[in-house]
Design a protein around this ligand. Structure first.
Ligand SMILES: [Zn+2]
Length: 291
């Protein structure tokens, strides 16, 4: 049975309380407050399933995220009058920004149809706890928008680096390798490799939290999403999925969870960068994800 965080009672959006009966905000069918001792209090949607096929049953991760936002932003029904479709957005700001909280795996088709439905004004927040052990981050990359970066092509991380390099990484970009477009004749497959330490000073000045990344058995869907996608590993820091440079090197960028939440509450564009962008060595990087 579909479980929800709120239902309509006497025209108002309500959390479950013992004995209450309400209506699903999307389809108007009956919702019954389930307030037992064993399970968290919730609303049970009439019928076997929730009326919105995109709706995920609320678990602790969902609830924790939702309670950071006022109730009148929760579970907002979003209409697309042209398509005649409606869906329930997890969080929707009055200006239309939709925050989709994704806890369980999702196929690419569904991701694409949700992005189409909600349009440009949406972000994803993904529960990444379950796959965090498959993610390995490497040394710092400079801000992709810095002028000097246009000439550099960083080598993608190799699986062997996980074993060989992780322990020697300083986190200042010196562990990476790159070649220069300006030194590479057009059409040539020969490149002259450079060591990251040649550009340490530039990386230092232009580091905004990017790290190349290897993802064993990646959830392909999150490499394909075209909206801002925040991975939540359960710590204070979140990581935004990024494609770096024209080669679209897969990397993650640090983001502050608190700054993201504040920006959403303040009606601003979602803040992506971390408030602290000091370098992290490989040990510190691991802690950011695994603590
Ligand atoms: Zn319904």
């Amino acid at each position: 049975m579909g479980s929800m965080g709120l239902a309509i009672v006497d025209g108002a959006r309500c959390k479950p309380r013992p004995g209450l009966k309400g209506a699903c905000p999307a389809c108007g069918r009956t919702a019954i407050a389930r307030c037992g001792d064993l399970n968290r209090w919730h609303w049970a949607h009439a019928g076997r399933r929730h009326c919105d096929p995109w709706y995920e049953n609320e678990g602790p991760w969902h609830r924790e995220w939702k309670q950071r936002f006022p109730l009148d932003m929760h579970e907002i029904v979003h209409f697309d009058h042209v398509r005649g479709e409606k869906h329930v957005a997890d969080i929707r700001r009055p200006d239309g920004l939709v925050i989709e909280l994704q806890n369980s795996p999702m196929d690419i088709e569904e991701m694409e149809s949700r992005e189409r439905f909600y349009g440009e004004k949406m972000i994803w927040i993904v529960n990444a706890e379950r796959f965090k052990s498959q993610i390995h981050l490497f040394d710092a990359l400079p801000d992709p928008d810095a002028d000097f970066v246009a000439d550099l092509v960083f080598f993608p991380p190799h699986p062997l680096w996980v074993r060989n390099r992780a322990s020697t990484e300083k986190g200042d970009g010196s562990g990476l390798m790159f070649y220069r477009r300006s030194e590479t004749p057009p059409g040539s497959s020969m490149v002259a490799p450079h060591m990251g330490r040649e550009v340490i000073d530039l990386v230092r000045r232009h580091y905004v939290g990017h790290h190349p990344c290897l993802w064993k058995k990646p959830r392909e869907v999150w490499l394909r999403s075209t909206r801002l996608t925040f991975l939540d590993f359960g710590s204070d820091e979140m990581w935004v999925v990024r494609r770096y440079g024209p080669e679209k090197l897969f990397c993650l960028q640090r983001a502050s969870k608190q700054a993201l939440i504040s920006s959403i509450l303040d009606g601003k564009a979602p803040v992506v960068a971390s408030s602290d962008v000091s370098f992290l060595d490989s040990e510190a990087l691991k802690k950011r994800i695994f603590r």
